[in-house]
Unconditional design. Sequence first.
Length: 301
Amino acid sequence: MAAVPGGSTFNALISLGRVLSNKRASGADDAIPVFVTEVGDDHVGDIVVNFLKDNGVSAEYVNRRRDSKSHISLAFLDENNDAQYQFYKDHENASIEDNFPEVNEGDIVIYGSFFAVNPVLRPIVKAFLERAHKAGAFIYYDINFRASHIKDIPVIKDSIVENMRLSSVVRGSLEDFQYLYTTPEHPISAEEVYEKHIKQHCPCFISTNGGKPVELFTPSVRAEFPTDPVNTVSTIGAGDNFNAGFIYGITKTRQDGVEMNVSDFVTMSVSSWQSLIKSGQRFSSAVCQSLNNYVDKGFPA
């Protein structure tokens, strides 16, 4: 048993913070990731904030809710080391100030999970996403939809569509979309998800499915990228770190002198997509081989 700070976007930002910190230590001029969230004004909140700072992530925009408890999630590994979750969260009383960093053209925004569609937070989150979209930021939306929120679908489905329309890339596991759009008796394929639910809102879609190939759909590319087999210790953070590796791939490509603007993704070649997706798979594979939610501090960039 272990207790560690976590959460989907949190895990991705910690991995990015660690890798970019390693590069800065070597003299590279890399940006510092910024995390926006809300936590309680309690001991768990203290741990979360300090952990961000210790791993190269700015906590300037972490909102501390007075007289409230931080959310807790429990993950239980089955015989295949896949995780089943139980959540202890007070979503109805969540709060966040309209205290977001300024976003400019070329900046990268990664967001997702129920935080992105929670009706209580929606007005502020939507306003920020609209500002980022208007500014020309690259916006990466990880659906990360859990079975515990199936009952909320009628209330949040419009917000999911709004998020897709504001995003440059939508990423999700096939399991996410089974919860959203089907029943266990009527499974859905990644291609069906793209054709019926995504492409009219967002042109670029990445579907992951555990150890099976990653599937990519854009107006000009349909492709599969095999996943190398690994000795899985835990799948916690696998998708989150795919996101981290994908985002890191963008920053590295730019540092290599290759322009990569929002409009470029719609027409990008298979080889360019492959480079980004392979970076995501490398981060994901590393995390699956440990009990950590994020890559090790010495993970090579």
